[in-house]
Design a protein around this ligand. Structure first.
Ligand code: NQM
Length: 347
């Protein structure tokens, strides 16, 4: 199929909310196999580049300019492969350099909807290979009567690839633009800073933080330094930068997260897992602000609520090379629309 026939005939897709994000889910076999052609079609589907994405189905914000591409997995340890694509809004890019744990919540249900995985009684577990980074996840959800029950929670359990370091710089604390920072990656390359070190409370709204020019300039400098130090090249959507403050709602810690230009209305799933992991590392920046639970999940507060994350460090790992034993959380997803999407014709 050439690009024009995609525009003429359209592409089957299911639009889903996954956690606090939203985007179209495609079977890989319905998209061009060449990554350059695929990304071009996806930008035309989403309406990129345009700050309003008016000629496409993107939602004019990074959290609603996301795409899931799903295929049967050839791996013995996975049922499906999930490729996540972050699509620029005003900027013309599609990047596969990060995961998205929010859209991940819809991948298991999508696999059942499309017949890649058969519902297995009351509860179905789908083993998902996260193509972007090699992580894996098992999603377990209700499928009574063979149909996905979208009202019920979806359990996500994560595993990192063997040997992948949680501390990409090798240090618990680095200094970025004169500020102490912890660079951590438990599924999402993230930089953890104290909000107070940046002269903010950490309780501001996303709009207030985005309007603070001095702050956003400083975040941009910190981001450049972190990209280099964490070996992330010029990844357009990395790293995520979380500002921590003491909890205010009875949780473990309060967060505000730059992703990395806009400020998240909540926090990413793997972003939350990465922040929670940092809080467990002795000496990590901001760990002293946290109110760690005796047991049970860490409650990561964010601008619109909180998310509970379970993370367990491996007690047998050497302190200079920490590992997690498991990580997981609960999300929901919802099928919003199923049909055929028509990309804008190629220029
Ligand atoms: O961290 C937004 C989101 C995300 C990513 C972002 C995510 C994750 O909320 O796993 O879910 O950080 O760009 O969708």
């Amino acid at each position: 199929m050439n690009e024009d026939s995609h525009a003429d005939e359209g592409i089957p897709c299911i639009l889903m909310r996954g956690g606090t994000s939203k985007g179209p889910y495609f079977l890989a076999s319905d998209l061009p196999s060449d990554p350059g052609e695929r990304d071009d079609v996806i930008m035309r589907v989403m309406g990129t580049p345009d700050p309003r994405q008016i000629n496409g189905i993107g939602g004019a914000h990074p959290l609603t300019s996301k795409v899931a591409v799903v295929s049967p997995s050839a791996r013995a340890d996975a049922d499906v492969d999930y490729l996540f694509l972050q699509v620029g809004v005003a900027e013309a890019f599609v990047t596969d350099r990060q995961n998205c744990g929010n859209l991940l919540a819809g991948v298991g249900p999508f696999a059942v909807e499309r017949g890649l995985v058969r519902a297995a009684g009351e509860r179905t577990s789908v083993r998902i290979h996260l193509v972007n980074t090699g992580e894996s996840a098992t999603a377990t959800f209700t499928t009574a009567g063979g149909r996905v029950e979208y009202a019920d929670p979806i359990l996500l359990a994560f595993a990192s690839p063997e040997g992948k370091p949680l501390l990409p710089t090798g240090n618990v604390v680095d200094v970025l633009d004169g500020l102490e920072a912890t660079c951590v990656d438990n599924g999402m390359p993230s930089v953890v800073l104290r909000a107070s070190d940046l002269g903010v409370t950490g309780y501001e709204s996303p709009a207030e933080l985005e309007a603070d020019e001095a702050l956003t300039k400083r975040i941009a400098v910190i981001r450049e330094k972190a990209l280099a130090l964490m070996g992330l090249g010029d990844a357009p959507s990395l790293p995520k930068i979380s500002l921590l403050a003491p909890p205010r709602e009875g949780g473990t810690v309060s967060t505000r997260t730059f992703i990395p230009v806009r400020v998240h209305e909540a926090i990413g799933v793997l972003g939350a897992v990465s922040v929670a992991t940092a809080l467990l590392l002795p000496g990590a920046v901001g760990a002293e602000l946290a109110d760690l639970p005796q047991d049970g999940p860490l409650r990561i507060e964010h601008p619109t609520g909180s998310v509970d994350v379970s993370v367990e460090l491996d007690p047998d790992a050497p302190p200079e090379r920490p590992r997690t034993r498991n990580a997981g959380l609960v999300r929901t997803a919802r099928k919003l629309f199923e049909g055929t999407v028509f990309p804008r014709p190629a220029a």
